[in-house]
Design a protein around this ligand. Structure first.
Ligand code: SAM
Ligand code: SF4
Ligand code: SF4
Length: 374
């Protein structure tokens, strides 16, 4: 047996308090980073807890009964999250995604959804407000979320086969309950629902074609299945390149049964490459952050459960916005600090991955996915 990897307690992820510019300028509605990338998408982690223990994200051996999750007082309140989101919108954010951990574990989440749904873009239009969930509580919560103003949901689902699914979530959770959550979300009027499958070679790759077949035939093509390459996020999942199944192989395997043709991206910065079934049976997407980096268009920022801002999924260093939110600063000062942070951003980890060792040099532990939000 190897030595047990113990992640640093979350509050010890390196973070510094952002500098407030001396003469804060009002946000112009557009801020570009050092590579010219705008800020469009904010992912907000509302809890670091989860009721699943997917091995690629929160392996059971590490996230066990001894693990210290964040105490309630260190979480951003709904008011703090909404205030921060409003300041990001002033810089050009148009899409908010609630994530975690498992976001549906956060008490009264629909109240936060209602607060965020009330935010407006400078032209008065609504934001794109969406949520990523493991689906386990969706059947119970979909109606309240929809009524509160949530526009879209993405459900993670790694297998249809119940035995494999239970093994992937590692808490013996049945697949039928997640499928019921998807069906209930459909009934509640969520339009197109995205289903994310993380593909781990040797664990669930033989579920690729059954998943494609199932979602072609069910739900009238209104569910878009997306295959995600297993990524080297965090420091606890024991990631190995030989467990990554390249997206090109995913597409090839599906195309053998159901011929595919490529589609144009919906929007700049879209992470998925889209493919359409030639027979009109809908579309799929592949997210190839390992084999085909998309840093060039990356317009995403991530706000951790305790209010640290990360400008890259693979960062080991965050920016403590909570200190500003709780520090008596006014909106103009905090907005200016956010703008300055983004303007200084040069992250492109996936592009550089091949050229460097995962933790080389910094000596700092990379942030975990359940904490930063997917
Ligand atoms: N608990 C929710 C869920 O699973 O949908 C939201 C949080 S989860 C961290 C967000 C997304 O990240 C999920 O779709 C999950 O499959 C994905 N994810 C987590 N660890 C990953 C990894 N190592 N590689 C690729 N995707 C990963
Ligand atoms: Fe939980 Fe989502 Fe991570 Fe799985 S991927 S352990 S469901 S946070
Ligand atoms: Fe964006 Fe970082 Fe992912 Fe590149 S590695 S796409 S910069 S989050």
């Amino acid at each position: 047996m190897g030595e047990k990897v113990i992640p640093l307690a979350d509050h010890r992820y390196a973070a510094s308090v952002p500098r407030i510019p001396e003469r804060p300028a009002a946000p112009s509605g557009h801020v570009a980073d050092r590579l010219g990338r705008p800020l469009r998408d904010l992912r907000i982690s509302v809890t670091d807890r989860c009721n699943f223990r997917c091995g690629y994200c929160m392996p059971k051996e590490v996230f066990d009964k001894q693990y210290h999750f964040l105490p309630h007082g260190s979480l951003l309140s709904f008011e703090e999250i909404t205030r921060a989101a409003r300041l990001f919108v002033a810089h050009g954010v148009r899409k908010l995604r609630l994530t975690g951990g498992e976001p549906l574990l956060r008490k009264d989440l629909e109240r936060l959804v209602a607060m965020l749904a009330a935010l407006r873009c400078p032209d008065g239009s609504a934001l794109d407000l969406t949520l990523t969930t493991n689906g386990s509580l969706l059947a119970r919560k979909a109606r309240a979320l929809k009524d509160a103003g949530l526009q879209r949901v993405t459900v993670s689902l790694d297998a249809l086969d119940d035995t494999i699914f239970r093994r992937m979530n590692d808490v013996d959770f049945p697949v039928a309950d997640v499928l019921e959550g998807i069906a209930e979300a459909r009934r509640c009027g969520f339009g197109t629902i995205k289903v994310n499958m993380v593909v781990k070679r040797g664990s669930n790759d033989h579920e690729i074609v059954p998943m494609a077949r199932f979602f072609r035939e069910q739900f009238d093509g209104s569910v878009v299945l997306r295959f995600i390459e297993y990524m080297d996020v965090g420091a606890t999942n024991g990631w190995r390149m030989d467990e990554v199944l390249p997206s090109a192989d995913v597409v090839a395997r599906i195309a053998q049964s159901f011929p595919l043709e490529p589609l144009e991206a919906n929007a700049p910065g879209e992470t998925a490459q889209r493919w359409r079934y030639r027979d009109g049976g809908g579309e799929i997407g592949v997210i190839s952050s390992v084999t085909r980096a998309f840093c060039r268009d990356c317009n995403r920022a991530r706000l951790s459960t305790e209010g640290k801002l990360f400008t890259c999924l693979f960062a080991s260093h965050g920016h403590d916005l909570r200190a500003l939110l709780r520090g008596g600063h006014d909106d103009a000062q905090i907005a200016a600090a956010i703008g300055a942070l983004w303007a200084g951003r040069g992250d492109r980890y996936s592009e550089l991955r091949g050229a460097m060792q995962a933790d080389a040099g910094s000596g700092q532990r990379r942030v975990e996915m359940h904490y930063i939000g997917g």
